[in-house]
Design a binder for this molecule. Structure first.
Ligand SMILES: NC(=O)c1ccc[n+]([C@@H]2O[C@H](COP(=O)([O-])OP(=O)(O)OC[C@H]3O[C@@H](n4cnc5c(N)ncnc54)[C@H](OP(=O)(O)O)[C@@H]3O)[C@@H](O)[C@H]2O)c1
Length: 295
């Protein structure tokens, strides 16, 4: 297949793209960086501004939309909130316009979202039918998904959990803290921690490519539902350290402001649609997933 990917240079894209190339697909990555020679016959970089497709971009059978300014990268000032929201809306709108105006419609649009869609309102386990939340992260996901839904082709909105992999994502921030024995609970530690191994993000996307009747919202989370306190214990075990610390909620709120919701308000999101779609997880349990990525 000919596959176009926005944000394919990021943490997820860097694992997805080599896997797609191995399977014989042709990949073009839209990037804001100066394009370089990919060194691979089937991989090209195309420069864009994050808002409009370059002229004469050609025909693609699949569009994968991963672009967006980091949600957890910086404190949520008004300016940063605009950057987080607008980067997603503009990139998604560009994909939708491309799909809807294409003389030969792509067969599939995979658009990223996050389990943050559900907000902090749900205490127990939830599936894809749960209502959207009301905090800023939830609002971003709701607006992002609403843009994706305008595409006139089979569309999957991927509500991605906390992706565990090497060289990026949440673990990259957590490992130095845990290695110094400074890890522990955020607040009560009872909030969900919707983890997924990066190989299962790649595996799920390839499953969507290979299974023609799937569409709609999918939670991309692991099947073992844990709270943040249990995740912290499992991470300390994987590293052979301890996680004695408790960081009270009010301290996180002082440190991170409104963004503290990311630490204090995780979701217990079950991957029901993925399981129903027959996807077999490569890393269904947490200790094995952590052992694979923690070094
Ligand atoms: N990793 C996770 O745990 C996780 C969890 C939930 C949801 N997600 C979502 O899944 C998507 C991919 O995640 P990721 O971890 O691979 O993200 P990432 O490493 O931050 O990469 C995203 C890519 O988006 C592009 N980008 C950054 N800022 C942009 C802007 N202002 N305008 C347009 N493009 C911009 C960059 O590509 P160029 O510099 O090449 O343009 C970057 O490589 C993101 O939208 C993220 O929110 C990720």
């Amino acid at each position: 297949l000919k596959i176009l990917i926005t944000g394919g240079t990021g943490f997820i894209g860097s694992k997805l793209v080599p896997s797609l190339l191995d399977k014989g697909h042709e990949v073009a990555i839209l990037t804001r960086r100066t394009p370089k020679d990919s060194g691979h016959r089937a991989l090209t970089y195309l420069q864009w501004n994050g808002q409009e497709m370059p002229a004469g971009i050609g025909l693609y059978e699949v569009v994968i939309n991963l672009a967006g300014a980091s949600i957890a990268g910086k404190r949520w000032t008004d300016e940063q909130k605009d950057r987080i929201m607008n980067s997603r809306v503009h990139a998604t709108r560009a994909c939708v316009n491309y799909i809807n105006r294409s003389p030969r419609k792509p067969q599939l649009f995979l658009s990223a979202s996050a389990v943050g869609y559900y907000g902090v309102e749900h205490e127990g386990e939830i599936d894809e039918s749960a209502a959207a939340g009301t905090d800023f992260a939830a609002e971003v996901c709701r607006v992002w998904e609403a843009e994706a839904e305008k595409a006139h082709c089979r569309t999957i909105r991927m509500r991605i959990g906390v992706v565990l992999g090497q060289g990026g994502g949440a673990l990259e921030q957590m490992l130095p803290i845990y290695k110094k024995y400074l890890g522990g609970k955020f607040g009560s530690g009872k909030q969900g921690f919707p983890w997924i191994h990066i190989d299962d993000i790649v595996g799920a996307m390839e499953h969507f490519l290979e299974t023609p009747d799937l569409e709609g919202a999918f939670n991309l989370t692991g099947p073992e539902i844990v709270d943040q306190g249990s995740f912290s214990n499992a991470l300390a075990d994987a590293l052979g350290t301890k996680d004695f610390f408790i960081v009270p909620g009010f301290v996180l709120k002082i440190m991170f402001g409104e963004m503290a919701v990311l630490f204090l308000g995780g979701q217990k999101a079950r991957p029901d649609h993925l399981i129903k779609a027959g996807y077999a997880f490569k890393f269904p349990d947490l200790p094995e997933a952590l052992a694979d990525v923690v070094t």
